[in-house]
Design a binder for this molecule. Structure first.
Ligand SMILES: C[S@@+](CC[C@H](N)C(=O)[O-])C[C@H]1O[C@@H](n2cnc3c(N)ncnc32)[C@H](O)[C@@H]1O
Length: 273
């Protein structure tokens, strides 16, 4: 069997925007050792595997076997049902996009973690040029199916928000209910990339689940979900114009159990100097 551990370490290191020297100093090894793992010439010491896995928020199983993030995704199974888990009603956030940047020209919109595509398809119906991704393959299949049924085009594909990096510009970066899958340590790098690849006068419109001491954690109990702190999302956009910047608490019924969620929402505009 080919040495895949090294390949996965290289992918994780890059998604954390680290060079080999930086990772080497965190793990107490030489950068030549990292380079040898990554080219498949040698394997890391077995004792280092838990340290590496902890550092990158993945399990040792993932380092050894791969593809674990996908099977850990709570929604992949749920989306395999015929019916649409999230229904077809677009999220409220979609209307803020329409209001802030109506599709009078060709506007490129990216939906991060599009689920089964209800929002992505809504945007496409309204004339936006939509790209969308999600970790759940079943969600992407349903997104494509919904777009076909409605007769619109959505460029939808499977990707992990933690590994995927933009290299082309978008006018609108949109995400509803997904940012909790980015571990705190990765947020800065992920958002630097989004902000860099937002066109001038473009917007980022995002919601993030936050912790509040008086709200119990959600019944989904996902091990790969990391709540944000109140205000954390706003602080990442302190240099942008904040047209919407709000905190709300609402009742929810996902997984059939009534519970509450607290969210921060932001509509931030990249205004040139
Ligand atoms: C609460 S749902 C929101 C879905 C959609 N945005 C909506 O509003 O209908 C969270 C979504 O995040 C996706 N997700 C979880 N981890 C992810 C990751 N690492 N990368 C991309 N998407 C992820 C799930 O598959 C799921 O579709």
């Amino acid at each position: 069997m080919r040495n895949q551990i090294g390949k996965r370490i290289a992918e994780l290191r890059k998604s954390f925007c680290m060079n080999q020297e930086e990772l080497a100093s965190k793990l107490g090894v030489t950068f030549q050792a990292i380079s040898k793992w990554e080219t498949g010439a040698t394997y890391p010491d077995i004792e280092l595997l838990p340290i590496i896995s902890q550092h990158f928020h993945v399990s040792v199983d993932y380092l050894l076997l791969g593809d674990e993030m996908r099977s850990r995704n709570y929604y992949d199974q749920r989306y395999r049902q015929e019916e649409y888990y999230w229904g077809f009603q677009p999220s409220d956030l979609c209307y803020l996009v329409l209001k802030s940047m109506p599709p009078i020209g060709r506007l490129r919109l990216l939906d991060l973690g599009c689920g089964e595509g209800k929002d992505a398809v809504f945007f496409a119906r309204n004339g936006y040029d939509v790209t969308a991704f999600d970790l759940a393959e079943s969600g992407i299949e349903k997104t494509v199916k919904l777009a076909e049924q409605i007769g619109v085009e959505v460029n939808a594909f499977v990707a992990d928000i933690n590994a995927f990096r933009l290299d082309t510009q978008f006018d609108i970066i949109y995400s509803n209910g997904v940012l909790n899958y980015i571990p705190p340590e990765r947020r800065k790098a992920v958002f630097e990339n989004y902000q860099r690849y937002t066109a001038d006068n473009g917007i980022n419109i995002l919601s993030a689940f936050i912790t509040k001491p008086f709200i119990e954690s959600s019944p989904e109990k996902e091990t790969n979900s990391f709540m944000w702190h109140s205000g954390e999302l706003f602080s990442l956009y302190r240099d942008w114009r904040l047209d919407v910047c709000e905190e709300t608490i609402f009742d929810y019924l996902s997984s059939g159990i009534p519970h509450k969620h607290a969210v921060n929402r932001i509509l931030a505009k990249k205004v040139g100097t």
